[in-house]
Design a protein around this ligand. Structure first.
Ligand code: AHR
Length: 624
């Protein structure tokens, strides 16, 4: 194939083309990115799940003396003779490293003069890995906070470890405990922060935006069950948590402020999704009652951006964050075309949010949560979970897009295999466990289609982002993990996203396949453009080969207009030795091979190379 790339024309590309989307699904927040190690630390779902008694003590759930209005349940430990206390195995284990300092705290209620012991122990060998004594400050009739640090004397062999909190009363005693918390060092040492190696994986993706907080988890299963920003703020004692839609309780320790810190730490813009009055059971907030939700979204924006003289700006300052954040993008709801929500979204819901937000914040860009309906100048959100061939067939989708408003591809992934016919997802059939290479290459083709239209497509984000392999509701995912950082595994889609995101284009350049007007040729798909930082003096060609004829390599001759003979270029090609079904697992993480070649432009600035079937490539050619 001969490609001829002009050095003028084309369209400006959105600077936000690659981002990430997060909701608490697959224990991706609690038990995942949010670094808290203790599961069910504050009994927020009204159970003693994950806790067991130590020695001869017994545990009962207690509501007689709430720690706070938000945390009404606590655990009562009734001692027998000798050691008493409680044990927690974390979120399917606790990683213990000698090099790390673990910061803990708990509240106790009841008279006790002795000492508490906090420790990390191996569940396999019972070996104590870290231990500390904490002088009791516990008194009758009041809750008292205790803080401690654990410094392991050795690293655990694996993550089969538990946290133990003990006391040794002289006589039978009842003590109550709540908010029993333990954190390892966090990313950038944020208090109440995030797990380091998962954040590093996200940073490595070089994202430009973070779409939060969902997904279905924003919407809620039934009236009142939506993600409510105002109950995710402040001291952990003030956060009630809620039952998330993905069948497990959310502590809301990872709340709105933590999301903003996350965005700061990754240096990305936030696309803030606000609950828009649609629940997953099909209930819709009637027009007469929606004003409360609209006002709540305005309050949220004032909390984030308002001057400290405003009521919610003052609340932010009181919580310790006087400096306002900046929100440039808001999405109204999530998938409001589903669950019977479209009619009300069209007739009043989007409009009410849009008009109110724009009246107060004219500079905020507002996305509709569906591609099926916009209001005034709103953008759209297109979600696609499908099969490889179906994605490839969408390469031209945005070329033919006449709707006019910028579109975020707020969620996409290949979730099932081809059937031999061009079929979309069958939601009654199982989804794949892992992203397979053929699906990831198909996603790449789809992404090339979005980049070709970087003036129309505002940004894209794979979903779901994260998966705890011990408990998840949705596969495949971009990054899988367990309590043991050694298990963290990126899917075969990840290196493609990184390659594309690391090699941004600032605007597309018209490209002709010589002898053809088509935008794809012999299963070769592409986009060409001017490089953005750090490739400002380069032309970039991104390409993918999907199902070439007889699986043959595709020879390419690329001519960038004005490129001189001798100009240097670098070609990066991603392939998978195992072919279409190659995938990564914790046991085998390197299914994708990266080959980097230096090339030199020949006569007329032509660069020649060939790409194998099922490959994804980026060519960066320096023009100065
Ligand atoms: O990503 C999983 C789910 O898929 C999201 O919660 C929802 O928005 C979509 O339907």
């Amino acid at each position: 194939v001969s490609l001829s790339v002009s050095n003028s024309g084309g369209n400006a590309t959105s600077p936000y083309m690659y981002g990430i989307m997060f909701e608490d699904i697959n224990q991706s927040g609690d038990g995942g990115l949010y670094a808290e190690l203790i599961r069910n630390r504050a009994f927020q779902n009204g159970t003693l799940d994950s806790w067991s008694a130590v020695g001869r003590s017994t545990l009962t759930l207690d509501t007689s003396t709430p720690l706070s209005a938000a945390l009404p349940h606590s655990v009562k430990v009734t001692s027998g003779k000798g050691r008493a206390g409680l044990k927690n195995p974390g979120y399917w284990g606790i990683d213990v490293k000698k090099t790390d300092k673990y910061s803990g705290s708990f509240y106790s209620y009841g008279a006790y003069n002795g000492s508490f012991t906090a420790s990390l122990v191996s569940d396999i060998t019972n070996e104590t890995l870290a231990i500390t004594k904490i002088k009791s400050k516990s008194v009758a009739d009041a809750w008292t906070e205790h803080k401690f640090e654990l410094l392991p004397s050795k690293s655990a062999a694996n993550s089969n470890n538990s946290f133990v909190l003990e006391f040794r009363p002289c006589r039978p005693t009842e003590l109550k405990f709540n908010l029993i918390s333990l954190f390892p060092p966090t990313y950038k040492n944020r208090p109440n922060g995030m797990r380091r190696e998962l954040m590093e994986k996200l940073k490595d993706l070089n994202p430009s935006f973070l779409r939060i907080p969902g997904g279905n988890n924003l919407e809620g299963n039934y009236a009142g069950n939506y993600w409510n920003w105002s109950t995710t703020l402040g001291p952990l004692t003030e956060r009630p948590g809620r039952m998330g839609v993905w069948t497990y309780p959310n502590t809301d320790g990872l709340g709105l402020v933590e999301y903003m810190h996350w965005a700061e730490d990754l240096d990305v813009e936030v696309v803030l999704a606000v609950a828009a009055g649609l629940y997953l059971n099909g209930e819709v907030v009637p027009q007469a009652e929606l004003g409360i939700f609209v006002q709540d979204a305005l309050n949220e924006l004032e909390f984030l951006m308002g001057d400290v003289s405003t009521p919610y700006g003052a609340l932010r300052a009181k919580l310790g964050y006087p400096k306002p954040w900046k929100i440039k993008f808001v999405e109204v709801g999530n998938e409001d075309n589903l669950w019977g929500g479209l009619d009300s979204y069209k007739s009043y819901r989007l409009q009410m949010f849009y008009d109110a937000i724009k009246a107060k914040y004219p500079d905020i860009f507002i996305f509709s949560s569906t591609d099926e309906f916009i209001y005034k100048e709103s953008g759209r959100d297109y979600h696609k979970y499908t099969r490889p061939d179906y994605f490839v067939a969408q390469y031209g989708k945005f070329d033919n897009w006449s709707a006019g408003s910028p579109i975020i591809v707020g969620e996409y992934a290949t979730v099932q295999n081809n059937t031999g016919k061009l079929e979309d997802t069958d939601w009654d059939a199982p989804k794949n466990q892992w992203s397979n290479w053929i699906g990831s290459v198909a996603e790449a083709v789809f992404l090339l289609g979005t980049e070709r239209n970087g003036d129309r497509v505002w940004g894209t984000t794979f979903a779901p982002l994260l998966q705890n392999l011990n408990s998840y509701q949705w596969a495949p995912d971009l990054i899988s993990f367990t309590a043991d950082p050694a298990d963290t595994t990126v899917s075969v889609s990840y290196p493609i996203l990184k390659l594309f995101s690391d090699n941004r284009i600032t605007h597309t350049l018209p490209t002709k396949a010589i002898g053809s007007n088509s935008s794809s040729s012999n299963s070769l798909y592409w986009v060409a453009g001017r490089g953005g930082s750090p490739h400002d003096s380069s032309y970039i060609l991104k390409a993918a080969v999907y199902n070439s004829t007889s699986g043959a390599d595709v020879p390419l001759r690329v001519t960038f207009e004005g490129l001189k003979r001798g100009a240097r270029a670098q070609l990066t090609v991603l392939t998978a030795d195992e072919g279409a079904w190659a995938h990564n697992t914790p046991a085998s993480k390197d299914a994708v091979r990266t080959t980097v070649k230096s090339l030199t432009a020949g006569e007329g600035g032509q660069i020649e190379f060939s790409l194998p079937d099922l490959s994804v490539a980026v060519l960066v050619a320096e023009f100065s």
